[in-house]
Design a protein around this ligand. Structure first.
Ligand SMILES: Cc1cc2nc3c(=O)[nH]c(=O)nc-3n(C[C@H](O)[C@H](O)[C@H](O)COP(=O)(O)OP(=O)(O)OC[C@H]3O[C@@H](n4cnc5c(N)ncnc54)[C@H](O)[C@@H]3O)c2cc1C
Ligand code: SF4
Length: 581
């Protein structure tokens, strides 16, 4: 049974097969190029998602009232560097949003105007939470506190980011889309900007006919708003030891579809399983689903956002968020909602799940972390959008104050986060999620106590790393439905509707070991929602196998990083183009 790595079914921890990456060496550039070879900006924001664009907009609001400081920032006061084709192209969320921070960011807008702009889809008035013990049964339970959503707004973060992009551009931001930031530039112990990636390299990294080299982007302050598992963020965390003394970060993976439906859904729905997951703690599976109504005010169309989220702490290698969602759709509770409808969008994305104790230090000399890059998600309630907006705004305010003082110490940002709704809300649930790592039966009640006492019990609950979990090849896969191409879908046809446009001859941006125990190869094969990993057909049933990496399918969800691989940034413009996710 054992392979030469000493592994056997049930004993393979992904951490034992680390990806071939040295992030400090590869992703940190020491010093800037000569002045005439670089672009100089005032503030560089890496990532045009909700968080980065909230920062850009707030900063430009403050600068609009202060021409002197604006002038000092030069020709490009604020630049946003975004790898997707358009801002929001790589953003995905459930997404039911607590409205406060967005109202604060754009105080002159009403919620009716949000809907007219096409990024908001209605206020929540009714909700229901179910247990699904089997593939047929649904038992309604009283709504647990984290699932209370009255007054919140259903939005699309990809559409919201496009709206924020427009606002920022109108206010004078320079938005570089289709541009990846590939290196953090550090000079004399301080972040002084980022380097944009080369374009037009071939499979082996060789320059092709349309080759364009990257450029150093020099900035007085840099905001890392890369979302979950940022490439530069990871390098910054290492370089400045930002995770020292914190709990390790853990992740969850969500797969989402948007459906046009014939009948409007009148409430928000969450289900807490256990079906189609396995309840035995041996499987280590914790997950749940959402179904949110979306009314398009412009077209009058009724839509529904539906998704499955699973913690990446599971042990059964055959756990697949994509197949779990397809299987969940066959439950009568869901069929009744989607029947006669049409799938219009699909996407997948990981989110940071560690919460308060796993947040890295949020500032370093010359730079700050905002939104998911700083781990600001409450996974008990599945809420991060409002924290992203608030943190982006607070970062803008700290940077503005520092620019005015002429002393670029950004540490006040950390205190501002701690004292804001972000710090307070995350503190209340800081120990609520960790007990679930012991399984739903043991961990559920302990988690409940933490939620009811709203963080008043003292202590710091530890997290175990996702990649330390020993993987085995279990039976979760036996319950997956076979896709019919109409109501249930396979991975490749799903990737197709994302508008994924990665060149076939682009260099590989996925780093994994390619000869690993079958348990690990199966983990990647099932986990990847885009079908990137395959095991060669003639591979042995046990022991080590060769992994084939079809990286051009990748939708950049980031999950691989939790289970022993690494997503690095592909060429700008590659990947999906999400519109209403
Ligand atoms: C499945 C799922 C369901 C969720 N449901 C909810 C919900 O219902 N309600 C809620 O409030 N929250 C929810 N969340 C959390 C919420 O969606 C996130 O907290 C939020 O969208 C993150 O925003 P962000 O701006 O930090 O990151 P992102 O939206 O990921 O934006 C980061 C941007 O940076 C770009 N980027 C990254 N690296 C680089 C680079 N090196 N160079 C250039 N560009 C780069 C990316 O392309 C992307 O556009 C959910 C999350 C997921 C994954
Ligand atoms: S290959 Fe891409 S899509 Fe697949 S798990 Fe990794 S990051 Fe996600």
């Amino acid at each position: 049974m054992s392979s030469h790595n000493g592994s056997s079914n049930g004993k393979v921890a992904p951490a034992a097969f680390p990806p071939p990456v040295d992030s400090q060496k590869e992703f940190v550039k020491r010093g800037l190029d000569a002045e005439d070879e670089l672009i100089e900006v005032g503030v560089a924001i890496v990532g045009g998602g909700t968080a980065g664009l909230a920062c850009a907009n707030r900063l430009l609001q403050l600068l609009a009232d202060d021409p002197e400081t604006l002038e000092r920032l030069g020709e490009v006061p604020v630049a946003v560097i975004e790898k997707a084709k358009t801002c929001g192209g790589h953003s995905l969320s459930g997404a039911v949003m607590r409205p406060g921070p967005l109202e604060e960011l754009f105080p002159d807008m009403t919620r009716e105007q949000w809907r007219e702009e096409g990024f908001a889809f209605g206020e929540v008035h009714k909700e229901a939470v179910y247990l699904t013990p089997t593939s047929k049964l649904a038992i309604r339970i009283p709504t647990p506190p984290p699932f209370k959503n009255h007054g919140n707004e259903v939005v699309s973060v990809s559409a919201l980011a496009r709206y924020q992009q427009q606002q920022a551009e109108d206010a004078g931001a320079y938005i570089l889309t289709e541009t990846s930031a590939t290196q953090l530039i550090v000079d004399d112990g301080r972040v002084v900007g980022v380097r944009s990636g080369d374009k037009g390299r071939g499979k082996e990294g060789e320059p092709l006919g349309n080759f364009e080299p990257g450029t150093d982007i020099k900035a007085r302050a840099t905001v890392l708003a890369e979302g979950c598992w940022g490439h530069i963020t990871g390098a910054a965390i290492k370089e400045f030891d930002l995770a020292a003394g914190r709990e390790p970060q853990v992740w969850e993976l969500g797969v989402k579809e948007v459906w046009k439906v014939s009948e409007p859904l009148d409430r928000l729905i969450h289900t807490m399983g256990p079906w189609p997951l396995k309840i035995s703690s041996k499987y280590g599976q914790i997950g749940g689903t959402w179904i949110y109504p979306m009314k398009n005010e412009k077209t009058g169309e009724d839509m529904v956002s539906i998704g499955f989220v699973v913690e990446l702490d599971y042990a059964d290698a055959t756990t697949s968020a994509h197949d779990l969602l397809q299987t969940f759709k066959t439950h009568p509770l869901v069929r009744k909602i989607l029947a006669g409808g049409e799938r219009v969008a699909w996407g997948a994305k990981a989110l940071p799940g560690g919460g308060y104790w796993s947040m890295p230090k949020l500032s370093m000399p010359g730079a700050v972390l905002v939104g998911d890059a700083g781990g600001m998600v409450d996974t008990m309630a599945l809420k991060g959008v409002h924290h992203c907006i608030k943190s982006g705004m607070l970062a803008a305010e700290s940077i503005y104050a520092a620019l005015k003082r002429g002393n670029l110490d950004l540490s006040s940002y950390e205190e501002a986060i701690e004292e804001s709704s972000v710090g307070k809300e995350l503190w209340e649930v800081r120990n609520a999620r960790q007990p679930l790592q012991q399984g739903l039966l043991v961990g559920g009640p302990l988690s409940g106590i933490q939620q009811i006492t709203k963080g008043r019990l003292p202590g710091r609950a530890a997290w175990h790393r996702n990649d330390a979990k020993e993987m085995f090849i279990g039976k979760t896969k036996d319950n997956y439905v076979k896709p019919d191409g109409k109501y249930t879908f396979d991975k490749l046809s799903s990737v197709f509707i994302t508008g994924n446009a990665t060149r076939d001859d682009a260099p590989n941006h996925i780093r994994v070991q390619k000869h690993v125990p079958r348990e690990l190869a199966e983990t990647w094969k099932w986990m990847c929602p885009a079908g990137v990993y395959e095991i060669s057909e003639d591979a042995p049933e046990e022991g080590d196998v060769d992994v084939i990496v079809n990286y051009t399918n990748c939708v950049q969800c980031g999950a691989i990083t939790a289970k022993g691989g690494r997503l690095t940034v592909p060429e700008g413009g590659d990947g999906p183009l999400y519109q209403i996710l």
